[in-house]
Design a protein around this ligand. Structure first.
Ligand code: HEM
Ligand code: HEM
Length: 197
């Protein structure tokens, strides 16, 4: 079964197999990786810009986050739905460690998607997307919810930061020191580095 799946032509590989990321996973990974990194840095800059620019910076963060919200949610759902491919030649232990780290990042991402809107709505504001759309909150202003949501958003953002740093470091380590297809398979379905099993 696995053998059959892995033999399909790479150009039609939309979905994942047991050891290959398909185009849907690859596109979702890179698009959301860029968005999450951008959101992180804009988010962190909210409190460091000049005081008169704080609102505009927060507004920019919320607008980008809300525009990408559904895509990021689909990205998280997609990984849990399609399982986690295992790199050819990877030991079961390393596979489990990588998978756990990836799922932890996905859960953290989902927490950002929930705590962000909660923070805005419980502050008594609608979610405004680039002055184009305004989504009012489903509940009234509530300081305790806002404080809790801010606590979750800020701390999960730090957790995500360290995990992504570790993640990128791990990917670079594979690129430089291992002869496997860790990076290649996240660029093109079924692409193998020479010498990878
Ligand atoms: C994966 C997606 C997201 C990432 C990576 C992210 C990241 C961040 C970061 C790093 C901060 C700064 C936290 C701090 O003060 O230390 C922040 C703040 C903030 N985020 Fe997000 N965020 C995301 C999604 C969202 C969403 C979906 C919304 C709402 C629609 C949102 C609304 C806000 C707001 C309002 C603040 C400012 C909080 C304050 O004024 O104290 N974020 N975000
Ligand atoms: C330049 C930055 C990045 C590089 C070079 C990179 C590289 C990779 C590579 C090579 C894989 C496949 C590894 C494997 O399956 O064992 C992977 C998977 C993954 N990456 Fe990244 N990544 C980056 C940014 C991010 C960011 C910002 C996130 C944020 C959450 C992220 C989350 C994930 C997850 C959850 C997986 C598991 C497969 C999936 O669901 O897409 N990555 N990454």
């Amino acid at each position: 079964m696995l053998q059959e799946k892995e033999q399909y032509p790479a150009q039609s590989a939309l979905h994942d197999t047991h050891s290959i990321y398909g185009w849907i996973s690859i596109l979702l990974h890179w698009v959301t990786a860029v968005v999450i990194i951008v959101l992180w840095f804009i988010g962190k800059s909210i409190m460091t810009v000049d005081p008169e620019n704080v609102d505009a910076q927060r507004q920019l963060h919320v607008s980008i986050a809300a525009s990408a919200w559904l895509v990021i949610l689909i990205r998280v759902y997609w990984r849990f739905r399609s399982g986690h491919p295992r790199i050819n030649g990877q030991t079961l232990l390393i596979h489990r460690i990588a998978k756990t780290a990836h799922y932890a990042m996905l859960i953290a991402t989902a927490l950002m998607l929930v705590s962000g809107p909660m923070m805005v709505w419980s502050g008594g504001h609608p979610i405004a997307i680039f002055s184009l759309l305004s989504i009012p909150g489903p509940f009234d202003e509530a300081e305790s919810i806002r404080d809790f949501a801010r606590f979750v958003h800020t701390n999960t953002a730090w957790f995500l930061f360290w995990m992504v740093l570790l993640h990128i470091g791990g990917a670079l380590k594979h690129l430089m020191f291992h002869n496997d297809d860790t990076i290649a398979r996240m660029i093109w379905p079924g692409r193998q580095k020479t010498g990878a099993r």
